[in-house]
Design a protein around this ligand. Structure first.
Ligand code: ATP
Ligand code: MG
Length: 434
């Protein structure tokens, strides 16, 4: 029966439950170590920024700014937005904290992003990104290093069904010239353009190339290629990048139609895609944004970065990984009697101090011995520590192996911290007898 008092989760916003946390933690641990090894430093940024930041950085004629942002006016009258991506915030922070000044910054950050998209598998309204930015490096060596780092990440995670696509968008000047050519082409085919594309023809015709509308694909595939209209420096930059990737043994395909969903890119863009997730196939996307920092009021600084979709990578991980073991305790603490129950916490806290490597689960919420031992079995513990009123009066406790026939033994309270680790080693080393 429907319960009208039940408050549902917000559509497109997910809970990550304990059963699914292992992949998240693994990805977090592996990326943290890998980024450190390449000299990247972490920073943590607000989830909310001024709306104008995203409008200026991402571009007015993008899906994100046109229809996907969670924007609200706060009680002070400011227009604020839940961040839809991380790069704008990283750049804003680098500027406002005075970090630029010709510096070379290698930064990473992570956390939830918000886009009001149509929720489906792999596409959510709150999703998470791990975001990496290199600021102050003109490339293409850093472009190649970033891509190599992502290639190494997949290797370390055991993810194999991925493919790297790269392209160059040239400089904004070269794009301006190409834009004229593109507009002329689409004008010739105006009759087949959808409403979104017609609107973009004026505002940002390059975005038409990124249309996901199947009916638009034919006209898009006939469009002139940006790669044929690159400025000589960008051509050079791109050729060097390709040569470096080849020299590093990193396979790639040049996709001349890869334009990416945000306006701030210039020159190198890349995307890792997989055939293992269905329609939402992009797991890591990035590119160079040499013009963005001046656009946001900072001194001219070249930069490149990428963002990884955590939910999608974790989903890939779950395909290559065994289900993790449920969390298990070493020792389950059972109490018999009221005084023992009151004394248990103090004794266990003392044991946690004395044997920090041993996991103790204390029986909570009472229950008779049978029930407590059932919970002890379920916990996966090798050993039960039984605290009873009578034993405590004599200064002892009982230790009972849970997965071996060996009987219960008594141990003086002050010897527990020595006896328990030794007994656990013994039990772990001998085959279970039950
Ligand atoms: P897509 O083409 O899938 O919409 P995008 O071009 O919008 O991706 P970016 O803005 O570059 O993607 O974000 C980087 C990564 O974040 C993507 O490669 C993807 O893995 C992930 N991502 C983007 N939007 C979502 C979403 N709504 N839900 C889950 N992951 C997402
Ligand atoms: Mg998108």
């Amino acid at each position: 029966m429907e319960n009208k008092f039940l408050v549902q989760a917000v559509r497109g916003m997910n809970d990550v439950l304990p059963a699914n946390i292992a992949g998240w933690e693994r990805l977090e641990r592996v990326t943290r170590e890998l980024f450190a090894a390449y000299g990247f430093e972490e920073m943590r940024l607000p989830i909310v920024e001024h709306t104008s930041l995203f409008k200026r950085a991402i571009g007015e004629f993008t899906d994100i700014v046109e229809k996907e942002m969670y924007t609200f006016t706060d009680t002070g009258g400011d227009s604020l937005t839940l961040r839809p991506e991380a790069t704008a915030g990283v750049v804003r922070a680098a500027i406002t904290n005075g970090m630029l000044r010709g510096a070379r910054l290698k930064l990473w950050t992570s956390g939830p992003m918000f886009r009001h998209e149509r929720p489906q598998k792999g596409r959510y309204r709150q999703f998470h990104q791990i975001d990496v930015e290199s600021i102050g490096f003109p490339g293409p060596d850093i472009d190649a290093e970033l891509i190599a780092m992502t290639a190494r990440l997949w290797k370390q995670l055991g993810i194999t069904r991925v493919k790297l696509k790269i392209n160059s968008l040239g400089t904004s000047e070269a794009r301006r010239a190409y834009r004229e050519i593109l507009v002329a082409y689409f004008r010739q085919h105006q009759a087949v353009l959808d409403a979104d594309s017609l609107r973009r023809l004026e505002g940002n015709p390059l975005r038409i190339l990124d249309s996901k509308n199947p009916d638009m694909q034919a006209v898009i595939s006939g469009a002139p290629l940006l790669t044929d209209h690159l400025d000589p420096e960008s051509r050079d930059h791109f050729d060097t990048l390709c040569a470096m990737l080849a020299a590093a043994g990193i396979e790639y395909v040049v996709d001349p139609r890869l334009v990416r969903g945000l306006d701030y890119y210039s020159r190198t863009v890349f995307e890792w895609v997989t055939d293992a997730l269905g329609a939402q196939d992009a797991i890591c996307s990035g590119g160079r944004y040499d013009g963005l920092i001046t656009q946001l009021g900072g001194e001219a600084t070249p930069a490149i970065g990428f963002a990884m979709g955590v939910e999608r990578v974790v989903e890939l991980l779950s395909q290559v990984e065994e289900e993790p073991e449920p969390p298990s305790a070493d020792v389950y603490v059972v109490t018999a009697g009221e005084r023992a129950q009151r004394a248990a916490l103090g004794i266990v806290e003392g044991l946690r101090d004395a044997m920090p490597d041993v996991t103790l689960h204390v029986n909570l919420g009472g229950g008779n011995l049978k029930k407590q031992f059932a919970r002890a079995d379920k916990s996966g513990a090798l050993l039960a520590l039984v605290l009873g009123d009578g034993e405590l009066e004599r200064g002892v406790a009982a230790l009972k192996p849970l997965r071996h026939e060996a009987g219960q033994s008594e141990c003086a309270l002050e010897d527990l911290a020595d006896r328990i680790p030794a007994l656990l080693v013994e039990l772990a080393g001998s085959p279970e007898e039950l």
